[in-house]
Design a binder for this molecule. Structure first.
Ligand SMILES: Cc1ncc(COP(=O)(O)O)c(C=O)c1O
Length: 425
């Protein structure tokens, strides 16, 4: 197993490795967790859409913070607090670069994608939307991009419109466009579906919404681990992602927003750090992004996120995407050849997810047998119950890939599915 000093791909500012230098076996050395047995079998981790694994560089960065720099940020005059603040704020710059945001103050740290969407719904939408105003989402949203809008519907009487998808799991763009109109006040869509892997044409979604002067939030939870993101090119108004899906720690994520919108929005929560002055008569709020960051944040996790961004930068997103695409093609071909298997989600533009159902076997049973074979997949509705209804299935089994997965692991998956068939056949 690699150690901190022997990790194959540590933090570095040398730029991405060359394509021919991407060696999945070396990369795997950076992930201690992958080298273990589960029920007596080597672990095959194919639940990356739920959360991804962390390289040593991330684990070390968090540990280093607690060992050397642990202090609260933005408050202390002492050296540790200065160091912690500097490290924390440096990550904001890294996230800015990750998303190609124009300014650092456009990056708000939150707990994750869920909190980012709730922030926008509670602050921007609650302030600006009136009864009868419409919010457009799609049929492939995660509950995190459905329920906050339903809560707003209950509170304010806004109307939720849902753009349909076709049988491949692609957004029916013409139908989406038809939903836009004089009553539309907000559009919120996922960049990549966590169940189907569909990559949505978010640039076109933004363009269409902007023709009606409607702001767009993009849920990037499943895109950030697989795609290069450029919020300026997308011209989206908000973009959200979670650290734990991009190989960083749990408990932190980021919301990007356009300055004009962020500045016009009321605070989301009240408390320390988000104010500029407080008296019992009157409180004035801090500038963006701090206005939205009440209380002590998850400092260590944020610093870990910075290490994750460096790590992915070093490997090069293009190299990772190429490897993942090869794996996806291979997995799709092999899994779809198993008689009785139906893949749910066959979009032409697709990222690393293979959701499937097996004739006559409940996905939970599939998952249980796979677990016995050391293979971790997710089974259930994947926090997308309306999507399950759309495909008329109660649940699916989902293998979701990351750049440290291998073709041999796909072979193990296929063999294990054959075993499920044997047991239940
Ligand atoms: C598409 C999508 N959106 C939002 C979320 C919520 O992310 P988090 O639980 O990190 O807030 C997820 C998590 O699986 C997701 O896949």
């Amino acid at each position: 197993m690699a150690t901190a000093t022997t990790a194959a791909h540590g933090v570095g500012s040398l730029g991405p490795i060359a394509a021919q230098d991407f060696d999945v076996q070396r990369v795997r050395e950076d992930f201690p967790i992958l080298h273990q047995m589960v029920h007596g079998k080597p672990l095959v981790y194919l639940d990356n859409a739920a959360t991804s694994q962390k390289p040593l560089a991330v684990i070390e960065a968090e540990r280093r913070f607690y060992e050397e720099d642990c202090a609260n940020i933005h408050r202390g005059i002492h050296l540790l607090s200065e160091r912690a603040t500097k490290a924390y704020e440096e990550v904001r710059v890294k996230v800015q670069h990750l998303l190609n945001a124009p300014e650092t103050r456009q990056i708000v740290f939150v707990r994750g994608t869920t909190e980012a969407i709730n922030l926008v719904a509670s602050s921007y939408a609650r302030r600006n939307l009136q009864p009868g105003d419409e919010v457009v989402i799609t049929a492939m949203e995660h509950h995190a991009n459905i329920v906050p809008w339903q809560m707003l519907r209950e509170e304010k009487g806004v109307v939720l419109r849902v753009a349909p998808i076709n049988d491949r799991g692609e957004l029916v763009f013409e139908e989406f466009e038809k939903l836009l109109g004089p009553h539309t006040r907000f559009v919120s869509v996922t960049h990549v579906s966590n169940v189907l892997g569909t990559i949505n044409p978010v640039r076109e979604v933004v363009r269409a919404a902007h023709r009606w002067n409607v702001p767009v939030l993009i849920d990037g939870a499943q895109a950030a681990p697989h795609l290069k993101i450029d919020v300026q090119e997308l011209d989206c108004d908000f973009y959200a992602f979670s650290s734990h899906k991009v190989f960083g720690p749990t408990g932190v994520g980021a919301l990007y927003g356009k300055v004009r919108l962020l500045e016009s929005m009321p605070p989301y929560q009240g408390g320390g750090d988000m104010i500029s002055s407080v008296s019992f008569e009157r409180t004035t709020y801090n500038i963006i992004p701090y206005k939205f960051e009440a209380g002590t944040p998850n400092i260590a996790a944020t610093i870990g996120l910075g290490a994750a961004i460096d790590y992915v930068d070093r490997l090069g997103m293009e190299n990772l995407a190429r490897h993942e695409h090869e794996l996806l093609v291979y997995a799709t071909e092999r899994v779809s050849q198993i008689p009785g298997v139906r893949i749910i989600g066959t979009a032409r533009e697709k990222a690393s997810v293979v959701s499937f159902v097996l004739d006559g076997v409940h996905p939970h049973d599939v998952g249980t047998v796979l677990d016995q074979e050391g293979i971790a997949v997710r089974t259930g509705h994947h926090c997308a119950q309306p999507l399950m209804e759309r495909f008329k299935v109660p649940a699916t089994a989902r293998a979701s890939l990351a750049f440290y997965n291998t073709k041999e692991e796909i072979d193990a998956l296929v063999e294990a599915i054959e075993k499920v068939k044997h047991i239940f056949g």
